[in-house]
Design a protein around this ligand. Structure first.
Ligand code: HEM
Length: 152
């Protein structure tokens, strides 16, 4: 039987080395940034499309940059821990990075494209679907995530 690429990827093992504890903390930071990133994006879109000026508040414009930078940095740090690298030896991490690029791109169209409300709203929904796809890739460790036929 093929062993998991790294013991961190096999569930249910107890922490037995200092490195494991560090890994767990970084993963907690990563998942916290995931939740914050989604909440900020969802909230800003909601406020923007319902005409609330709150979406334009200073801290609401700066926070996403900090959170998304931490999200990427913590993800890359976790990747180094498990010796899996996007575009090198890990299909699911490559999928996550490409997904992240798509999420940021659709997110920019959603929140900054002023010419058409319809395009902006559609991009907002697509960005959240892409986000859900990235989470499914993270959980399944498969590049297809919830798009894989056997998931349904
Ligand atoms: C919007 C972008 C991202 C989202 C939504 C996301 C989501 C998640 C989630 C939910 C987990 C926990 C999975 C679990 O406990 O089973 C996770 C773990 C992880 N993520 Fe991300 N992630 C993102 C970006 C990235 C990036 C860019 C990288 C690195 C290139 C990365 C690398 C990892 C690694 C290595 C783990 C740990 C896997 C494990 O130990 O189980 N993530 N991510």
């Amino acid at each position: 039987m093929r062993r998991p690429a790294h013991r961190h990827l096999s569930r249910g093992k107890s922490l037995n080395k200092p490195g494991d504890a560090v890994y767990s903390w970084i993963k907690l930071l990563h998942v916290t940034c995931v939740a914050l990133s989604f909440s900020l994006f969802f909230g800003r879109g909601l406020w923007l499309f319902t005409g609330t000026r709150r979406a334009l508040w200073g801290w609401l414009r700066i926070m996403p940059h900090i959170v998304d930078t931490l999200l990427l940095a913590s993800g890359l740090t976790l990747a180094v821990f498990i010796h899996q690298y996007p575009f090198v030896n890990s299909g699911w991490l490559t999928a996550k990075v490409l997904g992240l690029v798509a999420y940021v791109a659709f997110g920019m169209v959603a929140l900054h494209y002023r010419r058409s409300r319809l395009v902006a709203r559609a991009a907002w929904v697509v960005a959240m679907l892409v986000f859900a796809y990235i989470v499914s890739v993270a959980i399944t460790k498969q590049p297809m995530g919830f798009l894989a036929p056997h998931v349904f």
